[in-house]
Design a protein around this ligand. Sequence first.
Ligand SMILES: [Mn+2]
Length: 174
Amino acid sequence: MHQGKQHGLADHVDEIIKNNYKLIIVPDAGSNDIIECAKLRSYGKAVIVLDHHLCDEENPDAIVINNQLCEYSNKAFSGAGVVWQFCRYIDKLLKTSYAEDYLDLVALGNCADMMSMTSIETKHIVNKGFHNVKNPFFVFLSEKNNYSMKNKINHTSVAFYIAPYLNAICRSGT
Ligand SMILES: [Mn+2]
């Protein structure tokens, strides 16, 4: 966990090196962490970046999967969405189907990160994910806010009554 509201690897590089991890997966960040990725690679570590943030420079020392840096047509897709598509690809390689179980969290991530719902892919995933919420904490939050949410889990009710709690915790620093 970061100490404050920040993205990226900068505050964790030394810890990663010390702990002898071989593969580092960086969700929702990392495209711009060029110096950190170079350092990790020099220690023999592989880095996979799954990100949706714009980036000025190429990151030559990581595998960067980022919908802003390729021809992927959906630019209004959050880090959660990019991670999910990566998981779907791993599913395809392994002939498994774990990714489908996390659509509720992909929907939540895209909603809480205020992605544009004019994107057909994002809107579809949000509809589908909120239609079948499985994550126990998400279920708990929606039960606790059931009155305000008028008994409905949809983009509007989640944006107003669930996302603010999660964003507040993640961005509150110490
Ligand atoms: Mn993000």
